[in-house]
Design a protein around this ligand. Structure first.
Ligand code: DX5
Ligand code: ZN
Length: 229
């Protein structure tokens, strides 16, 4: 399948957020990735429910909401109600994971389960068939613009294998340090959805940045004999 690019607005200009999202949409990104941080689960504070609700009015693209918060169960309904199409919780923050995944789906959103770089894949053993997507963090969450941790590449490959071996339709998303020079390796390791923040919104032009990322994906696809990437 074609790789999907989810643009993390954490690196966008918050003073012109609607415009930045519009430009990313025009540049051809597939989803908008929204990083919600609480200053507790991660050492940073970003945006919350009202901003998700506001963004929802400015784009038709799916909203891929990444909750980096403690006690996510308290807020699932609020984020789905605000417009999250995909709602992600961290395994490290959710004590009763199955219950929360079921709740997200019951509310009508797709459920994503997220793992920090140091969290092993065995934490997915029971939950994997129940989720719509697994998000593997390839930096420690909290900030955009961090460097991709290369040791996470074999982890992406192993998760790809687990999903395929079980014949599951679970998507594999990767987030953190995705740039022009890392995206091809991430795609080759087996990611379906690739998040990029600073790689899309920093420097240059959003359109150029997305084009470079897509070109790197296409080159990778051609090497695999699949021109569609
Ligand atoms: C990190 C966030 C990421 C981040 C990605 O805590 O979850 O989504 O914004 O930013 P880049 O692509 O710059 O690493
Ligand atoms: Zn994120």
């Amino acid at each position: 399948m074609k790789h999907l690019i989810s643009a993390s607005i954490l690196s966008a200009d918050f003073g012109r957020l609607a415009e930045e999202i519009h430009r990313a949409e025009e540049a051809g990104v597939d989803w908008i990735h929204v990083d919600v941080m609480d200053g507790h689960f991660v050492p940073n504070l970003t945006i919350g429910v009202p901003v998700v609700r506001a963004i929802r009015r400015y784009t038709r693209l799916p909203l891929d909401v990444h909750l980096m918060i403690s006690n996510p169960e308290q807020y699932l309904e609020a984020y789905v109600d605000a417009g999250a199409d995909w709602l992600g919780i961290h395994v490290e923050a959710a004590v009763h994971l199955e219950r929360q995944v079921a709740r997200i789906r019951e509310l009508g959103a797709k459920a994503t389960v997220t793992l920090n770089p140091a969290t092993p894949l065995c934490t997915l053993e029971v939950i994997l068939p129940e989720v719509d997507m697994v998000l593997l963090m390839t930096v420690n969450p909290g900030f955009s613009g961090q460097t991709f941790i290369p040791a996470t590449l074999p982890k992406i490959r192993r998760l790809r294998q687990m999903i395929d071996e079980q014949g599951l339709g679970v998507l594999l998303e990767v987030d953190g340090g995705v740039q022009r020079d890392t995206i091809a390796a991430i795609a080759a390791a087996g990611a379906d959805v690739i998040v990029s923040g600073s790689g899309i919104f920093n420097d240059h032009d959003i359109r150029d940045n997305v084009r470079f990322l897509r070109e790197a994906l296409t080159r990778h696809g051609q090497r695999r004999g699949n021109p569609g990437g």
